[in-house]
Design a protein around this ligand. Structure first.
Ligand code: HEM
Ligand code: HEM
Length: 186
C-alpha cells in the first residue's frame, strides 16, 4: 500500500473540459439558489419577478450544463483517483455522482412544468420562450412546487456530503482526489 506522502504527491488530473464544467456548475447552482432565496430580502413586485426570471435561466443553464457534462464524459474519462479506497467507498462515490446528475436534470424540467402549471411563460434570455408543457392548474402547481423545493434541498444536502467527502480525501486521506478536480493544483 502506498504511503499517505506518496499519495499526496501523486499527480492525476481530470481532463480540463470536465474540470471547467464541474466548477461552472457550482457557480451557476449557487446563483440559482441565491437568486430564488434572495426574493425574501427584496421589496417590490418587479424586482422579485426579475429574480425569478434569472432563477429560471440559471436553472435551465444547469440542466444544459449537466447534459453537456454527460456528453463530455463519453469523450473524456476521469483520471484514476482513490485507487486505494475499498470498493464500497468507490461505489458510494459513483452512486452519489449518478444521483447528483439525476437531480441536476430533473429539477430544471420540474421547474419548467411547475411554471406552466402556474400559467407562467418561461422566457429565454435571447428572446422567445419555451412552450408550455401543460395548461394552468393551481392545485397541481402547488404540488409540483412542493416537489421542486424538496428536491432542491435534497440536492443541496447531497452536495454538502459530496463536498465533505472531497475535503476528507484532501485533509484526512491526503490523496489526490480533490487536487485532480482543482484547477489551481495543476
Ligand atoms: C454544485 C455543487 C456540485 C456538484 C453538482 C458536483 C457534482 C459532481 C459530479 C457529478 C462529479 C462526478 C464527476 C463528473 O462527472 O464531473 C463530481 C466530482 C467531483 N467533485 Fe463535485 N460537485 C459539486 C461541488 C463540489 C465541491 C464544492 C467540491 C469540493 C469541495 C467538489 C469536489 C469534487 C471532486 C474532488 C470530484 C472528483 C471525485 C472523484 O474523483 O471521484 N465538488 N462532482
Ligand atoms: C437545478 C436547478 C434548480 C434549482 C436548484 C432550483 C431551486 C429552487 C428552490 C430552492 C426554490 C424555492 C425557493 C423558496 O423556498 O422560496 C425554487 C422555486 C422555484 N423554481 Fe426553481 N430551481 C431550479 C430550476 C428551475 C427552473 C429551470 C425553473 C423554471 C424554468 C424553476 C422555477 C421555479 C419556480 C417557478 C419556483 C417557485 C417560485 C414561486 O412561485 O415562489 N426552477 N427553485
Amino acid at each position: 500500500m502506498a504511503s499517505s506522502e506518496s499519495l499526496a504527491t501523486s499527480r492525476a488530473w481530470h481532463p480540463r473540459p470536465i474540470v471547467a464544467a464541474h466548477w461552472l456548475t457550482v457557480l451557476v447552482l449557487l446563483s440559482a439558489f441565491a437568486l430564488i432565496l434572495g426574493r425574501d430580502w427584496v421589496d417590490g413586485e418587479a424586482l422579485s419577478h426579475a429574480l425569478l426570471v434569472f432563477h429560471r435561466w440559471a436553472g435551465l443553464g444547469i440542466g444544459l450544463l449537466a447534459l453537456t457534462r454527460l456528453v463530455l464524459r463519453t469523450r473524456w474519462h476521469l483520471a484514476e483517483t482513490a485507487t486505494e479506497d475499498p470498493a464500497w467507498q468507490r461505489w458510494i462515490a459513483s452512486g452519489t455522482h449518478a444521483l447528483l446528475y439525476l437531480l441536476l436534470l430533473t429539477l430544471p424540467v420540474l421547474g419548467w412544468v411547475l411554471s406552466s402549471a402556474q400559467g407562467q411563460t418561461v422566457n429565454l434570455p435571447w428572446g422567445g420562450s419555451l412552450p408550455a408543457l401543460m395548461g394552468p392548474d393551481p392545485d397541481l402547481a402547488d404540488t409540483l412546487e412542493d416537489w421542486h423545493v424538496k428536491l432542491a434541498w435534497t440536492l443541496a444536502g447531497l452536495i454538502g456530503l459530496h463536498a465533505a467527502a472531497a475535503l476528507w480525501h484532501h485533509w484526512v486521506r491526503r490523496d489526490g482526489v480533490l487536487a485532480a478536480m482543482w484547477p489551481p493544483a495543476r
